[in-house]
Design a protein around this ligand. Structure first.
Ligand SMILES: Cc1cn([C@H]2C[C@H](O)[C@@H](COP(=O)(O)OP(=O)(O)O[C@H]3O[C@H](C)C(=O)[C@H](O)[C@H]3O)O2)c(=O)[nH]c1=O
Length: 179
């Protein structure tokens, strides 16, 4: 695996290194030792998948709080997404800054999202399957969200004709800057 550090501290793009032969290839995607060498937690306790029928589906921006703060490892098994990270760690120099990258079944890139960084994506194709591994158990009482279109963050999204979103994602509160 090749670990590409991202502008948000502790976030990485992880690029598999295919071992090819006449059948195809084999590639490692998680290793506790290699992750630890880059300061990453590979103690995943849950894996989930997100199926998205159509292009223009937007999920996010989500994170969990307190003892349910979680790191996530995300990849795309089918289709492609515009993946967005938003730094909500007020101790970081990149607080309230965002980062985006295309993840796809073709590029097979994985993204490691550290605790305290919100995550969201917009599907760039129909029939997108997104696979997540998390280092904390899902807890609806610890689940939080911020608005994808909050002017405080200024996240730039690709143009999408008809956005498909949950009512919850449309109604997260706007961010209030600490005084
Ligand atoms: C996340 C999650 C959800 N659920 C249940 C709760 C709802 O009944 C249903 C859909 O949940 P939600 O609308 O929160 O799903 P997404 O909008 O895809 O949320 C995810 O989307 C963003 C982009 C993420 O990064 C998170 O992984 C996650 O928050 O699944 C569970 O049972 N377990 C879970 O881990």
């Amino acid at each position: 695996m090749i670990f590409h550090p991202l502008p948000l501290a502790g976030a990485f793009l992880i690029e598999p290194e295919p071992i090819r032969d006449q059948r195809g290839f084999f590639a490692r995607t998680v290793c506790r030792k290699e992750f630890a060498e880059h300061g990453l937690n590979a103690e995943f306790v849950q894996q989930s998948l997100s199926w998205n029928e159509q292009q223009g589906t937007l999920r996010g921006m989500h994170y969990q709080v307190q003892e349910r703060k979680e790191a996530k490892l995300v990849r795309v098994a089918a289709g492609s997404i515009y993946d967005v990270l938003l730094d909500l760690r007020d101790q970081e120099s990149t607080y309230l800054q965002w980062y985006s990258v295309e993840l796809s079944a073709i590029n097979r890139m994985h993204i490691y999202i550290p605790p305290g960084v919100a995550h969201g994506f917009l599907t760039l194709s129909d029939h997108c399957e997104v696979i997540y591994q998390m280092t904390a158990f899902y807890d609806p009482t610890a689940a939080r969200g911020v608005r994808w279109d909050d002017p405080v963050f200024g996240i730039e999204w690709p143009q999408a004709v008809d956005l498909l979103m949950s009512a919850q994602d449309k109604s997260w509160p706007l961010w209030v800057r600490e005084s």
